[in-house]
Design a protein around this ligand. Sequence first.
Ligand SMILES: C[S@@+](CC[C@H](N)C(=O)[O-])C[C@H]1O[C@@H](n2cnc3c(N)ncnc32)[C@H](O)[C@@H]1O
Length: 286
Amino acid sequence: MRRADARRREGDGVTTPRANDEYLLGHDEAEQRRLRGQDEVWAAETESFMDRLGLSEGKRVLEIGCGIGLGLPRLGRRVGVGGRVVGFERNHEYLAASRRLIRDQGLEQAEIFSGDIERDVLPEGPFDAIYSRWVFSYLPDVEAVLRRLRPLLATGGRIGLLDYNHDGIRVFPEAPRFDEVIAAVRRWFAIDGGNCWVAGVLPLNFVNSGYRVLGVHPFVQAGPPDSPVYRWVEDFLFVQAPHMIGAGVLSEAQWAAFVEEWERMRGAAGTILYSPMQVGVLAQAR
Ligand SMILES: C[S@@+](CC[C@H](N)C(=O)[O-])C[C@H]1O[C@@H](n2cnc3c(N)ncnc32)[C@H](O)[C@@H]1O
């Protein structure tokens, strides 16, 4: 078993194997709550990037790794009731949440497909756009997936991937324990074959997989301890720390030192956090 295939649950000290449909961050209640909060923090940037997908009334759009379905209403609004929105997701709990969401919101133009983007049968195209957010940083072979997606695009269709270029994340005044925990996050992504700088190499991945790049759109936020972006980073670290400790990329002592530093920073005047870069990369099949 690879090290990253084991997750130690908070408090119980028991290491359990990861199910096949689980990705690095897991799918428990705390993670689902974190995804909803995260969606609110990055709503404006997400909308602005979606505006570049070329969607309008009646178009067809596929979302890869739709998670609990938060992007589907945004896409549904753009294509209207005469359009087609397809969510594709691997995890069974998230599939159920996505299905509930489209039912509760009356998104009749939406449907959800189950599968692993790396190996399973894909929904039938063509699609005028393919969209994905925070999924490609977890994929070990991005180009293989891009090559699988290419035939699904309609002529002139666009693909837009919003993901991390993990540079830029810092707290000021300088916070060395924070930097240590961020280094652990990066190691954690890597041991599972992911790349938290994926957005930096997506243009090359697109070119190598038969696309031409139409644009690269970076987004950054900054804020003090009571800001949404500060709480977003805090939430990620506190939800995921037990899993990082379980995976062996962070020690209990490092975490304890960080928590002490974090409390101090929260109360200090002038503390400011910068987010990592989020980058939307837009491409078209060649
Ligand atoms: C960080 S979440 C992002 C969810 C959603 N895109 C959002 O913006 O809220 C990553 C999602 O990608 C899904 N995922 C990861 N690897 C996948 C794969 N190989 N095939 C399909 N879905 C995958 C996970 O199950 C999870 O729902």
